[in-house]
Design a protein around this ligand. Structure first.
Ligand SMILES: Nc1nc2c(ncn2[C@@H]2O[C@H](COP(=O)(O)OP(=O)(O)OP(=O)(O)O)[C@@H](O)[C@H]2O)c(=O)[nH]1
Length: 262
Protein backbone atom coordinates (compact mmCIF):
# COMPACT_ATOMS: atom_id res chain seq x y z
CA UNK A 1 0.00 0.00 0.00
CA UNK A 2 1.46 3.37 -0.91
CA UNK A 3 0.33 6.64 0.59
CA UNK A 4 -1.20 9.62 -1.12
CA UNK A 5 1.11 12.54 -1.67
CA UNK A 6 1.07 15.21 0.99
CA UNK A 7 0.74 18.11 -1.38
CA UNK A 8 -0.62 18.59 -4.83
CA UNK A 9 0.56 20.75 -7.67
CA UNK A 10 -3.01 21.33 -8.78
CA UNK A 11 -3.79 25.04 -9.07
CA UNK A 12 -7.26 26.49 -8.79
CA UNK A 13 -8.32 28.45 -11.84
CA UNK A 14 -10.01 31.76 -11.13
CA UNK A 15 -12.94 31.41 -13.51
CA UNK A 16 -15.91 29.23 -12.72
CA UNK A 17 -15.98 26.35 -15.22
CA UNK A 18 -19.06 26.12 -17.43
CA UNK A 19 -20.07 22.84 -15.86
CA UNK A 20 -20.07 24.42 -12.40
CA UNK A 21 -22.96 26.76 -13.11
CA UNK A 22 -26.06 25.76 -11.19
CA UNK A 23 -29.50 27.21 -11.79
CA UNK A 24 -31.48 24.20 -10.56
CA UNK A 25 -30.71 20.89 -8.90
CA UNK A 26 -32.01 17.36 -9.15
CA UNK A 27 -34.40 15.68 -6.76
CA UNK A 28 -33.29 13.11 -4.21
CA UNK A 29 -32.12 9.75 -5.55
CA UNK A 30 -34.99 7.96 -3.78
CA UNK A 31 -38.06 9.57 -2.21
CA UNK A 32 -37.85 7.25 0.81
CA UNK A 33 -34.13 7.67 1.35
CA UNK A 34 -34.14 11.35 2.22
CA UNK A 35 -35.46 13.85 4.70
CA UNK A 36 -34.90 16.74 2.28
CA UNK A 37 -37.94 16.78 0.01
CA UNK A 38 -36.80 19.93 -1.79
CA UNK A 39 -36.19 19.57 -5.50
CA UNK A 40 -35.37 23.16 -6.38
CA UNK A 41 -34.31 26.46 -4.84
CA UNK A 42 -36.76 28.17 -2.51
CA UNK A 43 -38.65 31.04 -4.23
CA UNK A 44 -37.26 33.56 -1.72
CA UNK A 45 -33.71 32.42 -2.49
CA UNK A 46 -34.22 32.66 -6.25
CA UNK A 47 -35.70 36.11 -5.91
CA UNK A 48 -32.97 37.35 -3.53
CA UNK A 49 -30.24 36.12 -5.90
CA UNK A 50 -32.02 37.74 -8.85
CA UNK A 51 -32.03 41.08 -7.03
CA UNK A 52 -28.41 40.71 -6.00
CA UNK A 53 -27.16 40.20 -9.52
CA UNK A 54 -27.34 43.91 -10.25
CA UNK A 55 -25.68 45.05 -7.03
CA UNK A 56 -22.77 43.94 -4.86
CA UNK A 57 -22.63 40.22 -4.47
CA UNK A 58 -20.44 38.32 -2.05
CA UNK A 59 -18.87 34.91 -2.25
CA UNK A 60 -20.58 32.19 -0.30
CA UNK A 61 -18.71 29.30 1.21
CA UNK A 62 -19.72 25.90 2.55
CA UNK A 63 -17.66 23.15 4.12
CA UNK A 64 -18.29 19.50 3.28
CA UNK A 65 -16.57 16.68 5.17
CA UNK A 66 -16.28 13.09 3.93
CA UNK A 67 -16.05 10.29 6.48
CA UNK A 68 -16.25 6.50 6.36
CA UNK A 69 -14.28 3.29 6.77
CA UNK A 70 -10.86 2.81 5.29
CA UNK A 71 -10.81 2.23 1.51
CA UNK A 72 -14.54 2.68 0.97
CA UNK A 73 -13.73 5.08 -1.88
CA UNK A 74 -13.90 8.60 -0.41
CA UNK A 75 -10.88 9.93 -2.30
CA UNK A 76 -11.96 8.36 -5.59
CA UNK A 77 -15.37 10.01 -5.18
CA UNK A 78 -13.78 13.45 -4.71
CA UNK A 79 -11.31 12.87 -7.54
CA UNK A 80 -14.04 11.82 -9.95
CA UNK A 81 -15.95 15.03 -9.27
CA UNK A 82 -13.07 17.49 -8.97
CA UNK A 83 -10.69 16.10 -11.61
CA UNK A 84 -12.78 13.57 -13.54
CA UNK A 85 -10.22 10.85 -12.89
CA UNK A 86 -10.31 7.37 -11.36
CA UNK A 87 -7.34 5.55 -9.84
CA UNK A 88 -7.57 1.77 -9.43
CA UNK A 89 -4.65 1.69 -7.00
CA UNK A 90 -5.32 2.26 -3.34
CA UNK A 91 -3.32 5.03 -1.71
CA UNK A 92 -4.34 5.70 1.88
CA UNK A 93 -5.21 9.28 2.80
CA UNK A 94 -2.87 10.65 5.44
CA UNK A 95 -4.89 12.68 7.91
CA UNK A 96 -6.96 14.84 5.63
CA UNK A 97 -7.01 16.05 2.05
CA UNK A 98 -8.55 19.30 0.85
CA UNK A 99 -10.14 20.64 -2.33
CA UNK A 100 -12.05 23.80 -3.21
CA UNK A 101 -14.57 23.73 -6.03
CA UNK A 102 -15.90 27.01 -7.39
CA UNK A 103 -19.51 27.31 -8.55
CA UNK A 104 -21.86 29.96 -9.75
CA UNK A 105 -25.21 29.28 -8.11
CA UNK A 106 -28.15 31.37 -9.34
CA UNK A 107 -25.53 33.86 -10.49
CA UNK A 108 -23.86 34.07 -7.07
CA UNK A 109 -20.24 32.89 -6.63
CA UNK A 110 -20.11 29.91 -4.32
CA UNK A 111 -17.12 27.90 -3.09
CA UNK A 112 -17.39 24.39 -1.73
CA UNK A 113 -14.57 23.24 0.52
CA UNK A 114 -14.28 19.45 0.38
CA UNK A 115 -12.43 17.79 3.26
CA UNK A 116 -11.59 14.16 2.51
CA UNK A 117 -10.62 12.51 5.80
CA UNK A 118 -8.62 9.33 6.38
CA UNK A 119 -10.54 6.20 7.29
CA UNK A 120 -7.55 4.61 9.03
CA UNK A 121 -7.90 4.44 12.79
CA UNK A 122 -4.40 5.88 13.39
CA UNK A 123 -5.43 9.16 11.69
CA UNK A 124 -8.81 9.46 13.37
CA UNK A 125 -7.78 12.15 15.89
CA UNK A 126 -6.28 14.35 13.20
CA UNK A 127 -9.19 13.86 10.83
CA UNK A 128 -11.75 14.56 13.56
CA UNK A 129 -10.24 17.98 14.20
CA UNK A 130 -11.44 18.97 10.71
CA UNK A 131 -15.10 18.16 11.34
CA UNK A 132 -15.66 21.47 13.09
CA UNK A 133 -18.11 23.81 11.39
CA UNK A 134 -19.06 21.42 8.59
CA UNK A 135 -22.22 22.42 6.72
CA UNK A 136 -22.40 19.07 4.92
CA UNK A 137 -21.39 15.63 6.19
CA UNK A 138 -20.95 12.87 3.59
CA UNK A 139 -20.83 9.43 5.19
CA UNK A 140 -19.51 6.82 2.76
CA UNK A 141 -19.80 3.04 2.77
CA UNK A 142 -18.77 0.43 0.22
CA UNK A 143 -21.75 -1.28 -1.43
CA UNK A 144 -19.57 -4.27 -2.27
CA UNK A 145 -18.71 -4.64 1.44
CA UNK A 146 -21.95 -4.41 3.41
CA UNK A 147 -20.00 -4.58 6.68
CA UNK A 148 -18.98 -0.95 6.11
CA UNK A 149 -22.67 0.08 6.34
CA UNK A 150 -22.78 -1.05 9.96
CA UNK A 151 -20.25 1.65 10.90
CA UNK A 152 -21.95 4.64 9.29
CA UNK A 153 -23.97 5.63 12.34
CA UNK A 154 -20.81 6.10 14.41
CA UNK A 155 -19.11 8.05 11.62
CA UNK A 156 -22.16 10.29 11.32
CA UNK A 157 -22.37 10.93 15.07
CA UNK A 158 -18.67 11.76 15.33
CA UNK A 159 -18.75 14.11 12.35
CA UNK A 160 -21.99 15.83 13.35
CA UNK A 161 -20.88 16.45 16.93
CA UNK A 162 -18.82 19.44 15.84
CA UNK A 163 -20.73 20.40 12.72
CA UNK A 164 -23.24 23.22 12.23
CA UNK A 165 -26.66 21.59 11.84
CA UNK A 166 -25.29 19.87 8.71
CA UNK A 167 -27.05 18.40 5.71
CA UNK A 168 -26.14 14.70 5.82
CA UNK A 169 -25.61 12.37 2.85
CA UNK A 170 -25.17 8.61 2.99
CA UNK A 171 -23.18 7.57 -0.07
CA UNK A 172 -22.91 3.96 -1.21
CA UNK A 173 -19.77 3.63 -3.33
CA UNK A 174 -18.51 1.08 -5.91
CA UNK A 175 -21.90 0.41 -7.49
CA UNK A 176 -20.10 -0.99 -10.53
CA UNK A 177 -18.80 -3.92 -8.45
CA UNK A 178 -22.20 -5.42 -7.58
CA UNK A 179 -24.90 -7.03 -9.69
CA UNK A 180 -28.49 -5.83 -9.92
CA UNK A 181 -29.79 -8.38 -7.41
CA UNK A 182 -27.20 -7.44 -4.78
CA UNK A 183 -27.75 -3.77 -5.52
CA UNK A 184 -31.48 -3.99 -4.74
CA UNK A 185 -30.70 -5.69 -1.44
CA UNK A 186 -28.03 -3.15 -0.47
CA UNK A 187 -30.22 -0.26 -1.61
CA UNK A 188 -33.04 -1.38 0.72
CA UNK A 189 -30.65 -1.62 3.66
CA UNK A 190 -29.09 1.73 2.84
CA UNK A 191 -32.46 3.47 2.59
CA UNK A 192 -33.41 2.10 6.02
CA UNK A 193 -30.08 3.27 7.39
CA UNK A 194 -30.52 6.71 5.80
CA UNK A 195 -33.87 7.03 7.58
CA UNK A 196 -32.30 5.97 10.85
CA UNK A 197 -29.40 8.40 10.70
CA UNK A 198 -31.46 11.15 9.04
CA UNK A 199 -29.47 11.33 5.85
CA UNK A 200 -30.09 11.27 2.12
CA UNK A 201 -28.95 8.11 0.34
CA UNK A 202 -27.15 8.05 -3.03
CA UNK A 203 -25.50 5.06 -4.72
CA UNK A 204 -22.51 6.04 -6.85
CA UNK A 205 -19.64 4.64 -8.86
CA UNK A 206 -16.46 6.66 -9.07
CA UNK A 207 -15.22 4.25 -11.70
CA UNK A 208 -18.05 4.93 -14.14
CA UNK A 209 -19.01 8.33 -12.73
CA UNK A 210 -22.61 7.25 -12.15
CA UNK A 211 -24.53 9.78 -10.00
CA UNK A 212 -21.37 11.63 -8.93
CA UNK A 213 -22.14 14.99 -10.55
CA UNK A 214 -25.87 14.78 -9.77
CA UNK A 215 -25.11 14.18 -6.12
CA UNK A 216 -22.64 17.05 -5.84
CA UNK A 217 -24.99 19.45 -7.63
CA UNK A 218 -27.82 18.54 -5.28
CA UNK A 219 -25.51 18.89 -2.29
CA UNK A 220 -24.42 22.35 -3.46
CA UNK A 221 -28.01 23.34 -4.23
CA UNK A 222 -29.27 22.29 -0.82
CA UNK A 223 -26.45 23.85 1.17
CA UNK A 224 -26.56 27.09 -0.84
CA UNK A 225 -30.33 27.32 -0.39
CA UNK A 226 -30.02 26.73 3.34
CA UNK A 227 -27.22 29.29 3.70
CA UNK A 228 -29.15 32.00 1.85
CA UNK A 229 -32.36 31.27 3.76
CA UNK A 230 -30.43 31.52 7.05
CA UNK A 231 -28.94 34.78 5.88
CA UNK A 232 -32.25 36.23 4.75
CA UNK A 233 -33.67 35.25 8.09
CA UNK A 234 -30.82 36.89 9.95
CA UNK A 235 -31.09 40.03 7.82
CA UNK A 236 -34.89 39.96 8.12
CA UNK A 237 -35.52 40.87 4.52
CA UNK A 238 -34.52 39.96 1.00
CA UNK A 239 -33.11 43.39 0.22
CA UNK A 240 -29.86 42.82 2.12
CA UNK A 241 -26.67 41.70 0.43
CA UNK A 242 -26.12 38.00 0.07
CA UNK A 243 -22.70 36.67 0.94
CA UNK A 244 -20.48 35.89 3.85
CA UNK A 245 -17.50 37.70 2.37
CA UNK A 246 -18.26 41.10 0.91
CA UNK A 247 -16.49 41.86 -2.31
CA UNK A 248 -17.53 43.94 -5.28
CA UNK A 249 -18.75 41.34 -7.70
CA UNK A 250 -15.14 40.32 -8.27
CA UNK A 251 -13.83 36.85 -8.02
CA UNK A 252 -11.00 37.64 -5.67
CA UNK A 253 -11.54 34.89 -3.15
CA UNK A 254 -8.18 33.46 -2.21
CA UNK A 255 -7.29 30.43 -4.32
CA UNK A 256 -6.18 27.52 -2.30
CA UNK A 257 -4.00 24.70 -3.36
CA UNK A 258 -4.88 21.20 -2.38
CA UNK A 259 -3.37 20.57 1.01
CA UNK A 260 -2.75 17.58 3.16
CA UNK A 261 -2.01 17.47 6.81
CA UNK A 262 -0.61 14.70 8.89
N1 LIG B 1 -14.46 -0.63 -8.84
C1 LIG B 1 -14.42 0.46 -8.07
N2 LIG B 1 -13.39 0.67 -7.23
C2 LIG B 1 -13.38 1.79 -6.48
C3 LIG B 1 -14.43 2.76 -6.56
N3 LIG B 1 -14.13 3.75 -5.69
C4 LIG B 1 -12.98 3.42 -5.12
N4 LIG B 1 -12.50 2.25 -5.60
C5 LIG B 1 -11.25 1.58 -5.21
O1 LIG B 1 -11.24 1.38 -3.80
C6 LIG B 1 -9.94 1.59 -3.27
C7 LIG B 1 -9.98 2.61 -2.16
O2 LIG B 1 -10.38 3.86 -2.70
P1 LIG B 1 -10.05 5.25 -1.95
O3 LIG B 1 -10.84 6.30 -2.64
O4 LIG B 1 -8.60 5.48 -1.87
O5 LIG B 1 -10.61 4.97 -0.50
P2 LIG B 1 -10.67 5.96 0.76
O6 LIG B 1 -11.99 5.78 1.41
O7 LIG B 1 -10.30 7.34 0.36
O8 LIG B 1 -9.54 5.32 1.69
P3 LIG B 1 -8.79 6.00 2.98
O9 LIG B 1 -8.11 7.23 2.45
O10 LIG B 1 -7.82 5.00 3.45
O11 LIG B 1 -9.82 6.28 4.00
C8 LIG B 1 -9.05 1.98 -4.47
O12 LIG B 1 -8.35 0.84 -4.92
C9 LIG B 1 -10.04 2.46 -5.52
O13 LIG B 1 -9.59 2.25 -6.84
C10 LIG B 1 -15.49 2.51 -7.47
O14 LIG B 1 -16.46 3.29 -7.62
N5 LIG B 1 -15.45 1.35 -8.19
Amino acid sequence: MSEKRISSTRKMTSAVAKDRVISRFSKAYHAEGTLYDQSNFSPSVTSACEQNRTVTVGVKLSKAVLVGDVAVGKTCFVNRFCHDIFDRDYKATIGVDFEVEKFSVLGVPFNLQIWDTAGQERFKCIAASYYRGANVVIVCFDMSNIHSLTHVQKWKEDACDNAKDPIVFLVGTKKDLINEHTFLDVERKAIDMATEIQAEFWPISSKTGENVKELFFRLVGLTFDKAVLDELDANKGPSKQIGTISISNKDVYEKKEKKKCC
